[in-house]
Design a protein around this ligand. Structure first.
Ligand code: AMP
Ligand code: GLY
Length: 428
């Protein structure tokens, strides 16, 4: 039987998911914005508010979907998986209550404490900004302050190199969020480990390393992610087998605690002097990390989704021994004052050996234009990260004015700096 799969979401991550699924099924896509890459791969593309559970169910029924896969977090937070299940349609993604592991930061931290999940950071939760701000000013040491809900990776502030504690307290008082988590500042290098989860099975994928800060040299505000690297193999040069094993233990402990979690569980870890500690969990693939993971995955993604739906054991995952370097092109000023409206002159032909994944673009009669979000990503692959990086860079040589990328993502200098940071922390 040919599966009829409905994919929700229209970003770079979903373009990578579509790319992985399209050869094996009839693919239908629905998103708030028309992604030209997904549109070209899919048998149908519908513009739809994917956070409206009723609209999603109606659409899934209208195309006789046999499976739904949810890309971004917002439909999960809105209870779309629950609504589909009530309508008898299987969706790969956690239900609203389980998605709180991403969508509700106080829940996430308290859950880790209650279930003895390894990799905890010290934290305090507040439902009043004044009390949170007072705590920031009085607690010893540097902190990370986080609004409780979803902020697209842009709500967190870390004291120390980014801002003083007084400035963080001011930010907490002024930014209009009620509930806050204040955490100890974790120091080290961040890694991502993502797992495909269903029916108690956990299938982990190789380490990826995202670059959250807006500018080269890890300067500037946090973004949704400017680019990411992975491979060859499951580790990176600054990650040990023990780090990976500890991250996997953490993910498995979360799955055990949540009982019937299904979907992707994404763990972001800070490799600290005391081992990996959890920065956050996401209830979905990372964006950009999905663009590293899925192109390297040899096991068909559809096989995983079908096994999940049919209550079969999830297949073991195999990955090619390639390295991948993903770099996002974003509008100037992103993320604080993004200026959209730049004509995009890059296309599948002009990126050479790299892969092109579209994110947020505006299709006008005379071509594609940038919006105020990340525009598109290029992914270079190769036997080594250096080769993959060269391919990704070559694809970005003709970036028009109005768009920029972090060219240092995947560079040898930055990777060496990560190795040095970890060596210093571990006392090597
Ligand atoms: P989040 O939205 O929780 O992923 O946070 C965004 C970014 O803030 C992360 O990628 C980290 O770089 C940084 N961050 C979050 N929590 C902490 C923490 N406890 N210590 C240091 N940095 C953090
Ligand atoms: N790359 C970070 C995220 O997907 O949230």
């Amino acid at each position: 039987m040919t599966e009829r799969v409905l994919l929700l979401g229209g970003g770079g991550r979903e373009h990578a998911i579509a790319d992985a699924l399209a050869p094996d099924c009839e693919l239908y896509a629905a998103a708030g914005n028309r992604n030209p890459g997904i549109d070209a791969l899919a048998d149908g593309f519908t513009e739809l508010d994917t956070t409206d559970p009723g609209a999603v169910v109606d659409h899934a029924e209208s195309i006789d979907a046999t499976l739904v896969v949810v890309g971004p977090e917002s439909p999960l937070a809105a209870g779309v998986v629950d609504a589909l299940e009530d309508a008898g349609i299987y969706a790969f993604g956690p239900k609203q209550a389980d998605a709180r592991i991403e969508t509700d930061k106080p829940f996430q931290r308290q859950f880790m404490a209650d279930h003895d999940v390894p990799g905890q950071a010290d934290f305090a939760a507040f439902d009043d900004p004044g009390a949170a701000a007072d705590y920031v000013e009085s607690v010893e040491g540097h902190v990370a302050v986080k609004p409780a809900g979803l902020t697209g990776g842009k709500g967190v502030r870390v004291t120390g190199d980014q801002m003083s504690k007084a400035e963080a307290a001011e930010y907490v008082r002024e930014s209009g969020h009620d509930e806050w988590v204040v955490e100890e500042r974790l120091e080290g290098v961040e890694i991502t480990v993502q797992a495909l989860v269903a029916n108690g099975d956990v299938r982990v994928t190789p380490v990826a390393h995202d670059h959250g800060r807006a500018y080269e040299g890890d300067e500037g505000p946090n973004t949704g992610g400017m680019g990411s690297v992975a491979g060859p193999g499951k580790l990176l040069s600054f990650v040990t087998e023990d780090d990976y094993a500890a991250a996997v233990d953490t993910i498995e402990a979360v799955v055990e605690g949540l009982e019937d979690y299904r979907g992707v569980l994404y763990g972001q870890f800070m490799l600290t002097a005391d081992g990996p500690k959890v920065v956050e969990f996401n209830a979905r693939f990372g964006d950009p990390e999905a663009m590293n993971t899925l192109p390297a995955m040899e096991t068909p993604l559809l096989d995983v989704l079908v096994a999940a739906r049919d209550d079969d054991p999830l297949p073991d995952l195999s990955f090619s021994e390639t390295a991948t370097v993903c770099k996002y092109a974003v509008p100037d000023g992103y993320p604080t004052d993004p200026e959209g409206g730049t004509r995009i002159t890059v296309d599948e032909e002009s990126v050479g050996d790299a892969r092109l994944f579209y994110a947020s673009v505006d299709a006008r009669e005379d071509g594609l234009y940038t919006t105020t979000s990340r525009s598109f990503a290029v992914v270079g692959t190769g036997d080594t990260l250096a080769e993959a990086n060269e391919t990704a860079d070559a694809a970005l040589t003709d970036l028009p004015d109005g768009l920029r990328a972090r060219r240092d993502v995947g560079s040898e200098a930055l990777l060496e700096e990560r190795v040095a940071t970890m060596a210093a922390l571990r006392g090597d």
